[in-house]
Write a protein of this length. Structure first.
Length: 216
């Protein structure tokens, strides 16, 4: 019996990398200066100019198993057989693993995961750690979503043709990942997986970012 892809094992490796990165950063950071800079008072005749504020996200309850839009997968004719809402190990957040089957009985899966870390720096370290530990091959940067986004792809043959596609995104302290995998007698074209994964990313990012953005 063929099991579903080891998403949790991969995320555990990423979590270990992130912990090491954070520990290293803590040991090498410079102490803060004890000198207090003089306060600057703007002239009353010149209004202060405010810059665009970077968003700050706080993990909450989204309900990814219910809120994830599966419409982009309709052309693949996948049937959901189980939803696993086990939370991510890489930080505060939410996830859902959709275990599915293809029309000819092969396995398929979609994992959507979002975490909101303490700072943008922590999120960037997690984003880089994911890239460092993945066995997948980079398919290039992804424009139009978050501050950073990159796609990955891989094909393997565990007794059948198995094609995977993943996009991970960082925006401020938020990291989002969508991972689609489909088995079959032939490889599902990468372009097909890429389009479906990107559509899920756009929908999930909009849902999570609206729900988790901190209210001042």
């Amino acid at each position: 019996m063929v099991s579903y892809p080891a998403h949790r094992a991969s995320r555990a490796a990423v979590s270990g990398s992130l912990v090491l990165a954070l520990a290293t950063a803590a040991c090498t950071s410079r102490p803060e200066s004890t000198v207090t800079p003089p306060s600057v008072v703007p002239s009353p005749s010149v209004p202060a100019i405010s810059s665009h504020a970077t968003p700050k996200y706080e993990a909450g309850t989204v309900g990814l198993c219910a809120k994830t839009d599966l419409a982009p997968l309709v052309d693949l004719s996948l049937k959901v057989v189980r939803k696993d809402p086990t939370p991510p190990t890489s930080g505060p957040g939410e996830a859902c693993l959709f275990e599915m089957t293809t029309p000819d009985g092969h396995i398929a899966s979609l994992r959507v995961e979002a975490v909101a870390l303490a700072s943008a720096g922590d999120a960037e370290r997690l984003y880089r750690a994911e890239r460092a530990v993945t066995r997948m091959i980079s398919d290039g940067s992804v424009a139009g979503v978050g501050e950073q986004a990159e796609a990955f792809a891989i094909q393997s043959e565990p007794g059948f043709k198995y094609a995977e596609y993943k996009i991970h995104v960082r925006d401020a302290n938020l990291v989002l990942e969508v991972w689609l995998a489909v088995g079959g007698n032939v490889f599902t074209p990468k372009a097909t997986l890429a389009a479906a994964t990107r559509a899920v990313v756009d929908s999930a990012f909009a849902t999570v970012s609206r729900a988790w953005v901190a209210r001042s």
